[in-house]
Design a protein around this ligand. Structure first.
Ligand code: BES
Ligand code: ZN
Ligand code: ZN
Length: 489
């Protein structure tokens, strides 16, 4: 999809359809030409409410305000209406800004348009593609607020990069486990590296053995697909900071011998969402040309059953020498992350170390399916992630560690158990387990983001479609833009 920006007023632009935002239920705004019809149809212009008038060449959508958080999902809802329809190639839209000379709302609207145009129809005979090829943005403002042509183009360019990266992550997560296994991620990463000039290293089982990553290897042992650790690196000339990202990449989580019940196994193709977020962020950071060095480490494994499967009662030795009593093979993500976090810290001395994982059902129970839990030892870092998530249109809530929960991970036979001895606080105990594999140097630089809820939701919500959302990409790119000192809109 292509964007063009023009100084022509909206009515002068030729198009197949105009998307009109009805802001704050103000149907009397001069932009709303079909007032009578809208009223006849009982259109109240509540947030994301749609009134499609193809015979008038208009698609009306309600937006609660001109703020990013209202415009982004409203724009997405409008584009979703067009999925699978034909004949709407060229769309036009006016400029909706919340403040003079501030392009934040424009960026959000364009992100919403692109995120809403996403469909995953590879496996459907009847396709549901978006018909839209071109979006013309007029600089004629809804309010009298103005921005320059160049500023508008820059904002749109960023929106395109971030939305493309999100959709890229969504495709990975939505792909079925028989078509996306550890080797698939390795290939994807190599292809991306070639295109964007990144470095790419892939560790196979033999290399993982050499690196003493026995916890990760144990999880993958019963699968016919070899585990892979994929390392992507973006290294600009004079970076302002170094960032290490780590992603849980369970291409399938059957639970292993602690097998999941049937209902709980469905959607576990999405257990690779952490790794998908990492590769998506790498793509966006490189395309934005941010002035920071960024490393992405993806622990790609399939958790299966079989005669060679790792077992409850096994004791594993992780890369840092700590021993782990396996009491549940379905708590596998933390075993993979333990080793990959150790490897990442060995390879890079990072100013920021952030891991992403669909780690616990408990996180979803605790904070709901739309919100990620963020954990770590540094309060400022946690609140910075929350702040950038809000700007980017993602929901994050801090989950605080405490020493009482830490004790519940004690093991009588090994240094630590892979599950806690209480059924409460499962997201936090998983985070505390990971903290055992963080060096002192990285303690205050580390964030753990549990994306188990928002990574994959079976209905459309906000700017997200049913299925994979690309959780983690947008908030982290925003945070890294700020670390790199780039203007964020
Ligand atoms: N991948 C799951 C967590 C998950 C659950 C993600 C639901 C998305 C939606 C993880 O590997 C897992 O199975 N965790 C267990 C941990 C338990 C055995 C301590 C869980 O949450 O039940
Ligand atoms: Zn599991
Ligand atoms: Zn899992």
């Amino acid at each position: 999809m292509n964007f063009t920006v023009t100084t022509s007023s909206v009515h002068e632009i030729e198009s197949d359809l105009e998307i009109v935002f009805v802001v704050d239920e103000n149907i009397d705004h001069p932009f709303v030409k079909e007032k009578k019809i809208l009223k006849q149809y009982g259109f109240n212009a509540t947030q994301e409410e749609i009134c499609f008038l193809p015979e008038h060449g208009k698609l009306y959508v309600g937006a609660a305000s001109l703020k990013s958080e209202a415009l982004r999902p409203a724009a997405a809802a409008a584009m979703r209406t067009l999925l699978g329809k034909k004949g709407y190639k060229r769309i036009k839209v006016a400029l909706y800004l919340s403040h003079p000379r501030c392009t934040a709302s424009l960026r959000a609207m364009c992100e919403g348009l692109l995120l809403g145009a996403y469909s995953f129809d590879k496996y459907k005979s009847k396709k549901s593609k978006s018909p839209v090829k071109e979006i013309v943005v007029s600089l004629e403002g809804y309010e009298s607020h103005e921005i320059g042509h160049e500023a508008a183009l820059r904002a749109i360019h960023k929106a395109e990069i971030v939305a493309d990266a999100t959709n890229f992550a969504r495709n990975i997560v939505n792909t079925p486990p028989d078509d996306f296994y550890p080797e698939t991620m390795a290939k994807k990463a190599k292809k991306l590296a070639k295109k964007l000039g990144l470095e790419c290293t892939v560790l196979d089982a033999k290399a993982l053995k050499k690196e003493k990553m026995r916890a990760m290897l144990a999880v993958g042992r019963a699968s016919r697909h070899e585990p892979k650790l994929v390392h992507l690196a973006y290294k600009p000339k004079n970076p302002k900071a170094t960032v290490a990202l780590v992603g849980k990449g369970l291409t399938y989580d059957s639970g292993g011998l602690s097998l999941k019940p049937g209902d709980f196994m469905v959607t576990m193709k999405a257990d690779k969402s952490g790794s998908a977020a990492v590769i998506g962020i790498m793509k966006a950071v490189a395309e934005l040309g941010l002035d920071i060095e960024v490393h992405g480490f993806m622990g790609m494994v399939e958790n299966m059953i079989g005669g060679d499967a790792y077992k409850p009662d096994d004791v594993l030795k992780a890369k840092n020498g700590k021993t782990i009593e396996v009491r549940n093979t379905d708590a596998e993500g933390r075993l993979v992350l333990a080793d990959v976090l150790c490897y990442a810290q060995q390879e890079v001395k990072a100013d920021y170390l952030i891991d992403f994982a669909t780690l616990t059902g408990a996180c979803v129970v605790g904070v709901g399916q739309y919100t990620s839990g963020v954990m770590g030892f540094d309060e400022t870092l946690k609140s910075e992630m929350k702040r950038h998530a809000k700007i980017a249109g993602e929901l994050v809530t801090p989950l605080d560690f405490n020493d009482h929960l830490k004790k519940t991970l004690k093991s009588t036979i090994a240094d630590i158990s892979n599950i806690s001895n209480t059924r409460y606080g499962g997201a936090i105990t998983a985070g505390l387990f990971l903290s055992e594999f963080i060096d002192d140097d990285h303690r205050d630089k580390w964030l753990h983001v549990d994306i188990a809820g928002p990574a994959f939701v079976e209905h459309a919500w906000g700017e997200n479609p049913a299925g994979a959302s690309g959780a983690g990409v947008r908030m982290t790119v925003r945070m890294l833009e700020s670390v790199a000192g780039a203007k964020t809109h």
